[in-house]
Design a binder for this molecule. Sequence first.
Ligand code: XMP
Length: 184
Amino acid sequence: MDASDIEKDLSTIHYTEDQILAKLRELAGRIEQDYEGKDLLIVGVLKGAVMVMADLARALTRHVEMDWMAVSSYGSGTKSSGVVRILKDLDTDISGRHVLIVEDIIDTGLTLSWLVSNLQSRGPASVEICTAFRKPDAAAKMAVPVKYVGFDLPDEFVVGYGLDYAEKYRNLRCVGTLAPHVYS
Ligand code: XMP
């Protein structure tokens, strides 16, 4: 089995690796301008944001520090409820720091809204959000603004580029919708 065999489980490929990397370079350019002269800490949300953190960080041509958080969001089915538990906290004291949260995908935005207010309570200089992908619910009604958005996706369960189905497919280089035969 190789990567193309895994891709056979997708009904649609939404974005290829090349498209994702080009978009991240564009976002990195904006981030460099916006944070010129400021220190920057990017915070990846495990596990999904591993790929986007790695590629975004390497698209930046300036110094950046990286840290990680892991949270679990309780919900019914595939939708989160906004009730969040920290599984792994930051190693860094963020007071007075410029923090950019890096996410793989925002769906309802409830997990992220909780995370932003949690980080804001620690006295950072700023907290902004960068996400590789965004679903329609988040685009329509998310309470906290998302400064950097890679791509908007339809309201379908997608995998690849860090996103999983039962912990699989994270290593796919593209992002696509899982074909129905995978569930049955
Ligand atoms: P909320 O709804 O709080 O949840 O924005 C965001 C988290 O939900 C997961 N998520 C997905 N994971 N394919 C996935 O593999 C999807 O289509 C999907 N939609 C939401 C993901 O963990 C994200 O951080």
